[in-house]
Design a protein. Structure first.
Length: 429
């Protein structure tokens, strides 16, 4: 039975020609291994492709063509640095991708934004994987390109597609794993899948990590390694803390908790399929690939060794009180959640008392006036803006005191393992 390892390289690790050469150097460290390599779009290409979609849907043909041409030139510049032979077939392959992309302006129905999004935005991954695979072949690797649109089967919920695990496993076992009889490396796309009708879907932003987890699960991989520009999982964002500590080893459970609370290193959906089959996940540095990094696995022994800190800024706290001053009971909660679903509101924290239910949302992801309009018929609504949510795993009181200096605590929740505080910076007269 063939055993393989899964590597995932994100956009920052393939952002230019130098970075792609570095990816090849990392892969060279594992020459005797069978590798499944998941690659994201290069640099900020996903954002650029979203601009292509927006110009298509708003029928701005000149702008559409400008955005497409800018991406073509971006990828061509990288290719010209990587490939000495300008007759390399990669030039024709990339040209065909852009020709097809340009043709969508005439062929698109423009009726369903999310559908068009999925047909276009995944082009970034198609380009990056074709280029990376061609470069690996040029450098002497026995590499093969594989199309995730033929492997990861999903439903038709465009931009947030759900995986059909049974069908996806069958497709990997039938069309992917047997290829290792004749190659050592297969390069495929993160973020994208396909429906039963063959249309492209996407798995949600930052979904390439999830793609690596899907591949590992379906192929019974030995391990997954996510290569990033950090030395591993840190106990805090270095933007906020000078003295961050690398977490050498944590459990799947701890990683899921940290992801749920907002830690940005691992995509929340990635961990569950790996936990189900006890496939270890490594987070390692593409800058220093020989270093140990972080391993995420079953054992919980090391989880409480180091406290972890997660900050969410620009939060808004809404509090709902029934106008008839009735108690907040299950019927009220059901009504509130249904209304929030209409606003596509993602709750970061919630708390209720006898007469009031409070929720915390990302201020930039919700329109305050929309929330007020949704609830004003039945509820009195109060809200506070400019708040900050601090989550501390494995806290102690000294840490809480240190983090709340100069801040007013608006609301706090504590369990044995986790403290969550909504705070506002104090203003002094």
């Amino acid at each position: 039975m063939i055993k393989m390892k899964v590597f995932k390289f994100g956009g920052a690790s393939v952002k230019d020609a130098k970075s792609i050469r570095n990816v090849a150097d990392i892969i060279a460290l594992f020459k005797i291994e069978k590798l499944g390599i998941v690659v994201s779009a290069m640099g900020k290409t996903t954002n650029a492709m979203e601009q292509v979609v927006a110009s298509l849907m708003s029928k701005q043909e000149v702008l559409f063509n400008e955005y497409v041409e800018e991406r073509r030139q971006f990828h061509l510049a990288i290719m010209n640095e990587l490939f000495q032979d300008k007759t390399n077939s990669i030039y024709a392959e990339v040209n065909n991708i852009f020709t097809h992309l340009k043709s969508r302006y005439q062929s698109s129905t423009r009726s369903n934004y999310d559908f068009e999004y999925d047909q276009i935005v995944g082009t970034g991954e198609m380009l990056s994987t074709q280029i990376v695979n061609a470069f690996l072949i040029q450098e002497g690797f026995n590499s093969r390109w594989s199309d995730a649109r033929r492997l990861i089967r999903t439903n038709e919920d465009h931009r947030e597609a759900e995986v059909d695990w049974e069908q996806t496993t069958a497709l990997f076992q039938t069309h992917f794993m047997p290829q290792y009889e004749s190659c050592n490396i297969q390069v495929t796309q993160g973020f994208i899948g396909h429906t039963s009708e063959g249309f492209s879907t996407t798995l949600g932003r930052e979904g390439s990590d999830f793609s690596a987890g899907i591949m590992a699960y379906c192929c019974d991989a030995e391990s997954v390694t996510i290569w990033k520009d950090v030395p591993g999982m840190l106990n805090a964002d270095p933007k906020w803390f000078d003295n961050t500590i690398k977490l050498d080893s944590i459990s799947f459970r701890e990683a899921i908790e940290l992801s749920y609370y907002g830690a940005s290193v691992i995509h929340p959906k990635t961990i569950k399929p790996l936990q189900n089959k006890e496939i270890p996940l490594y987070v390692k540095s593409f800058i220093n690939p020989q270093a140990d990094g972080t391993v995420i696995q079953s054992s919980t022994v090391n989880d409480q060794l180091v406290p972890s800190f997660i900050f969410k800024l620009n939060q808004v706290l809404f509090s709902f009180t029934p106008k008839d001053f009735s108690f907040i009971v299950e019927e009220n909660l059901s009504d509130i959640f249904q209304r929030l679903a209409k606003a596509n509101a993602k709750i970061n924290l919630m708390q209720n008392s006898a007469l009031q239910f409070s929720i915390l949302l990302d201020e930039e992801k919700v329109e305050t006036q929309d929330i007020l309009a949704l609830f004003s018929d039945t509820y009195q609504v109060k809200f506070n803006t400019g708040l900050e949510l601090i989550t501390i795993r494995h806290y102690d009181e000294a840490t809480l005191d240190r983090l709340t200096v100069g801040k007013e605590i608006i609301l706090q929740q504590k369990t044995r393992e986790t403290a969550r505080l909504i705070v506002k910076h104090k203003t002094f007269a």
